[in-house]
Write a protein that binds this ligand. Sequence first.
Ligand SMILES: Cc1ncc(COP(=O)(O)O)c(C=O)c1O
Length: 382
Amino acid sequence: MRFDTPCYVIDEQHLLKNMEKIQWLREHAGIKAVLALKCFSTWPAFELMRNYMDGTTSSSLYEARLGYEEFGKEVHAYSVAFAKEEIPELKQYANKIIFNSISQLKTFHKDLSSCDLGLRINPGISSSDYDLADPARPNSRLGVTDYTAVMDAVPLINGVMIHYNCENEDFDDFSKSLDHIAETYQDLLHKLDWVSLGGGIYFTLDDYPLDKFAEKLKTFSERYSVQVYLEPGETAITGAASLVTTVLDIVHNEVDIAIVDSSIEAHMLDLLIYREPAVIEDSGQGRHRYQVAGKTCLAGDVFGDFKFHKPLKVGDQIHFADAAGYTMVKMNWFNGLKMPTILIRRLDGRHETLKTFDYKDFKFNLGSYWNTHNYSKKGRHE
Ligand SMILES: Cc1ncc(COP(=O)(O)O)c(C=O)c1O
């Protein structure tokens, strides 16, 4: 099927596969799962997801509001630092408010006496391969490291959030670090109602031992009599969307370079930040090699080097895989490129358009004055 490009296509069938695993885990481990909106907040897709998850978790007032308005159920509100003015509004949306520091907890708890409050703990360990994403990196500001201070704050909180994994596919590693956390914080854990283990655990992958994972979480939850929460982002939507692009030109500079009507900088920024190549659906291992590149002016706007089964030509469409997580949330107007339309393939196979963008969206992104008079084809300064 050909698409008007560029476009993101979310696939409900694939989303459902992930959702069913989350649902299985909720039933067998007794955990609750809240979607991390920082990873995926294309809210028209929540219609399906809300049947399989317990709510959302957020990193800002706006995300908390979105979770409240469009997902419903539980709203967890966390922020690296809340501003004083945000607190009254936040209270309207959030079931749980999780502070990043003792100072913020102490400053705001008086205004939140009826709320379920939590504190983010930094356990000093993590599974991250990237310094950029490592919450336990040296001098990290993410969570409280002083255990004595956390114990002193226990009368003010009902739970804690400990996010220490990043794309962790290794169950044994997860298991060992949970044992370490359990041992380190046992006195604290016995005093809490809930513990969120954050996100970053890739448990929807095909060969992840979901049964062992469920058992581990259940044992932890029972030992300390706490409600365990997970905050899945990437694992909830992995594989559930693609970015479809069209080849506009093919140039040659020692290698063949196919230029598409999109950009890794503008439409798959996370890959560029982490210096990872994109993955093309079904590109296979043919003998026709191309560098596939974006159309912005950035020299390094390159999706990657790929081997195709047939020579590429102008007009061919290329589907980049895994374009849901940390992708749509980071898209930007660099170079004024056309923003990808967002489509969803419903369970019955129908394609529905969720959002289109045009010049007005680009213009009003950075200003709200629309010059209606004095406007000619030559521009308003003429
Ligand atoms: C506190 C917290 N919760 C949940 C997540 C979601 O993690 P992931 O998308 O890797 O599952 C993150 C990601 O950075 C996070 O910082």
